[in-house]
Ligand binder design. Sequence first.
Ligand SMILES: [Zn+2]
Length: 494
Amino acid sequence: MSHRDTKHTVNMRSAECNLQPRVQLVWFLSLALMLCSACGADHPDPSGGTRAPEQKQAEAKHIILITVDALRADRLGCYGNERATSPAIDRLAAAGAIFVNASVPRAVTRPSMTSFFSSRYPSEHGVLTNRHRVPDDEKLLAEHLLEAQFHTSAMVGASTLDSDRSNLGQGFNDFKLIGSDEQLTRSAENYLRSQFARKDRREFLWLHYMSTHLPYDPPAPYDSRFTDSNYAGHADGRVETLWNSFTGSEPFEESDHQRVVDLYDGCVAAADAWIERVIGALQASGAEQDTLLIITSDHGEELSDHNGFYGHRLSPYIAALRVPMVFSQPGRIPTGTQVEGLMTSLDLLPTALGWLGLPPSERARGYDQTASVLHGQASGRQFAMREMELEDDFVWGVRDQNWSWVYNPKELQFSFEHNGSTGTYPIPGEALYQVNESRAEDSNALAQQRELARKMQAQWEEWRAAMARGDASIDLDSEFAEELEDLGYLGYED
Ligand SMILES: [Zn+2]
């Protein structure tokens, strides 16, 4: 129900107050139903709540979450890449459920993962950058699961997610920072083989891979799997090279851009190979049918879709905000389930708790998508809100099923000088794009769709008014991020 419809319904009340009691009761019930369905929208729910159905029987014993940093959905085969970048993930998606329209509110690692685990927006939990620490009073997924007697374990490859720096380790029995994806995979294999076969406890395992994060430097044989051996240009996947292209000091030709995409696709294939090994170990443990496996990413990645930029931090667009979202549990999830409805990272917590038969979280903003996965039912989510911190202010966005609205009232833009050249990432003050997953948002329809833009703005204002701004302390050990900033790599921060 739209904002306008709700107002109309409420206005009817004064006109109809003389109705007979029985009619009044029917009217009241209809109104309650209508208002309740309005609560299903993303924004007008200041009290939070998961809108989950009553507690039900557990659908799984264990849960594994695999996040691949900066994995852009449309570079996976199951999301339309014609190259064979992701045979293992494609098989899982074909046998399980795939969310076509999944996204995150912010394309930066620590804010995004905090939203995954808390089901709250970055401005609410206060983790706006990779320097903010997750507040102690946020209740994260692992804490819910620990309370429910799960054993909780994390293996992450991103230093920015390290528990000491991020405080994301709340609720984890074990939290390991593992520097290489190879090592991380080996640890995960050992863990799955030894622990998931145990009958006496439930497990939550979180793996975070870095394969697809800058620099795009895939290991053999993936370094040459998709590249053109005749290419003789200077492009590679190093941050310095991409920065020089962005600032214009060493601009790319089309063949240079293609080289970067080829290398990125190699990174996707490497990530897929690690995941294939994890799946193999899960199968060997005998627990595959009792385990909900979710594969997603903390954000997407721009591959020069806007302003010649490669990376994610500067982007308020779908290229950086759309993520893959694949659910697998053989025997539980109907084969080939494709969910077209919107899903966001804030839905992970309510969905995981719903799936595992646990009580819903009081503070969660997200939706329990269990029925979407099992029966293709709509979750009620009508909007996905975006908020991008920039220069101590925000660029905002609203995505619905068909449109993406970008709002930058202060015309903030990133600009930086490097090697005598300046790179800028301008963002329009306001723009409206028709969602077309096969290409970038490159055609601003604002002039033709003013009314729709005003409607999306009203949704945003209502949502914004209901948000309490959170406060997170700064991670004092973030010398690494500071060094990067000094070097001018702020735009490439995790
Ligand atoms: Zn990231």
